[in-house]
Design a protein around this ligand. Sequence first.
Ligand code: ADP
Ligand code: GLC
Length: 507
Amino acid sequence: MRLLFVSSEVYPFAKTGGLADVSEALPRALANLGTDIRILMPAYACVLRQVSRAQPIADLSGILGVACARLLSARLPGSDIPVWLADAPELYDREGLYQDSSGQDWPDNARRFAFLSHVAARIGLATLEPLWQPQVIHANDWHAGLVPLLVSAHQGPRPASVFTMHNLAFQGIFGPEVVPQLDLPEGSFSPEGAEYYGKISLLKAGICHADSLTTVSPTYAREILTAEYGFGLDGILRARAADLRGILNGADYGIWDPAHDPFLAANYDSARLNGKKLCKAALQHELGLVADPEVPLLTFISRMTEQKMADVLLELLPRLAAQGLQLCVLSDGDHDLERRFREVASAHAGTFAVRIGYEEPLAHRMHAGADLLLAPARFEPCGLTQIYAMRYGTVPVVRATGGLADTVVDTSRTTISDGTATGFVFAEPSAADLDAAITRAVAFFREPLAWRRLQLNDMKQDFSWNRSAAIYYSLYQDLCARAQKRASPSRVAGLRNGTPAIEKATA
Ligand code: ADP
Ligand code: GLC
């Protein structure tokens, strides 16, 4: 199986959220299943700083009028997986992935990600050196939404396309004036194509043209068919429901496991939980919180947005302080919310610690040092922090939506004793419901035996990628089989003779 995996973010090269984690971990798991996989991403400034000895393998100059561009080949750290970097300095040699330092979207984002999609399509259609041709292109999120449109417009043999939606709130919508810059096939700017209320939607382009659609949890796959969660695309998604699947994300336990996490003050596992106490003490010290092993320490590691109910959590802070709970926040996003969180934290020094910014090592230390992870959300396609938290024996408090509902089992006397309890689940995206869930969680925290059972249940959960990667793999196989059936005998002949004429070992 030859697969091109296209993503705007790949950990550790470039990350703003869970897409990067998935784009590192899923390709690794697919490679373990024997997939001949190449990842394609933009060569942002932060990526080029991390790769040494990237080899130029093709000239990309001229695509979308970009004067000087090339394809570089690097490797995913600690693996043989090629990461192909679209190196177009005029588009990507900047510090922010999507925005400048003041939080403004780059004005040429449509062109930047159309370029990425054109490169993917050219690799897919073998119109570019090096001549390695994927059988399937797996495109992720709006940044790669034009890939299915571009390949499906091709007359003749073409790779199958899978389009994964990680979050419908981000759609890549741009004014009609950008359309002429994007070099799209004729007729693309139409209601059946990428047109969306007079604008162009790169997400819609992917949804309408991919051979297969996936999203990142079974519950979210159902939710997005409703007006409440569909972000205006539920009608189109319902029309494609037969081709849509929810495949749950996993965790890369090579990165997220307290037994060997290099960022922690002490390593631990379920048989040596003492290390977790040391991590809590170290975190309290690092963040200037009162050193107290008995006080429940809550953490919120998240983009600071309304999606993540950061505004609701803010409302609740005085109550948490009144209950004597500690809270540490690691977050960035909405500047107004950030300021208000900072203000509350400075009024409660020693009890609340708020770190605004993006700090990967600190995220690990918070996962390990906290007792409870708050993962409230108005919607959550999958959510990864609750999955990571469980492995660290940090009990998640989540709203019953999307992947949160699919990964966390609410705690009661019954679920504690039958060994299924893993966290605290609440229903409505309100301060009252979040508060009630935290209150329940804290009551269990005060019962050491019950709490220990809950932690151990959490730590033995297995969300490794093997299962979901196998589902993706069989999806790719189905698509290839369907394509072969459709193809005329003369078209398949080249493939039947073994490797296609265009394949070369290049990466
Ligand atoms: P989303 O992709 O919607 O932001 P996920 O839960 O899927 O949510 O993934 C979030 C990822 O980003 C996790 O790896 C989490 O640890 C990380 N993360 C979120 N905010 C920060 C931050 N401020 N600093 C470091 N890591 C963060
Ligand atoms: C998105 C979603 C998140 C998901 C991540 C990876 O950012 O908001 O729920 O876990 O993508 O799929």
